[in-house]
Design a protein around this ligand. Structure first.
Ligand code: 4NP
Length: 174
């Protein structure tokens, strides 16, 4: 947990948000905004939205400022998640200090993040799928795939988000 004077959590806006989680993929238009939307909703349903700050970013700069991919928005909407207000951004060096967890969708993102990450923050960078209930896997890039690819992304992200939520509950209770 980041703490300021007197060991209190930093004030972000007007709210206490002791944990900060950043989801990262390549373009920040398919997988990581989906993870941001799904996990934010799970936090709201758990009444924990004031406790955790959630954001997403891409390792690449191809889609900066764009909304999520229409296919990702449509697939998410069918399951009750609204991704449309989100906008793509590229990860910044300052994100490694700002966030407590920096969660990569696949091995390529993980390698890019590890290369870019200042060594003192290296422990924060991990695969999001480490929180999945099944064995080792990644969230595969759906950009060149069909509709099934976006459903698979959602299946994996919903599963990993449940695991992450349990982890967050433990952290907040500690
Ligand atoms: P994402 O998907 O990393 O899940 O946002 C992609 C989006 C765009 C590209 C690749 C992957 N692209 O090559 O433009």
């Amino acid at each position: 947990m980041h703490t300021g004077l007197l060991g209190l959590p930093y004030l972000i806006g007007h709210q206490l948000q002791p944990l900060r989680i950043l989801f990262v993929c390549l373009g920040n238009i398919c997988r990581s905004p989906t993870a941001e939307g799904v996990f934010s909703q799970q936090l709201r349903e758990a009444g924990l939205e004031q406790e955790v700050f959630v954001d997403s970013a891409g390792t690449g700069d191809y889609h900066i400022g764009e909304p999520p991919d229409e296919r990702a928005c449509a697939a998410a909407e069918r399951r009750g998640y609204d991704l449309k207000p989100l906008r793509a951004r590229q990860i910044q060096r300052g994100d490694f200090a700002k966030f407590d967890y920096i969660l990569a969708m696949d091995m390529e993102n993980l390698r890019s993040l590890k290369r870019f990450c200042p060594p003192e923050h290296g422990h924060k960078v991990m695969l999001f799928t480490e929180f999945c209930s099944s064995g080792p896997c990644v969230v595969p890039d759906p950009y060149s795939g069909g509709p099934d690819a976006f459903e698979r992304v959602l299946d994996l992200i919903e599963d990993a988000s449940q695991g992450l939520l349990s982890h967050v509950r433990e952290k907040l209770a500690a």
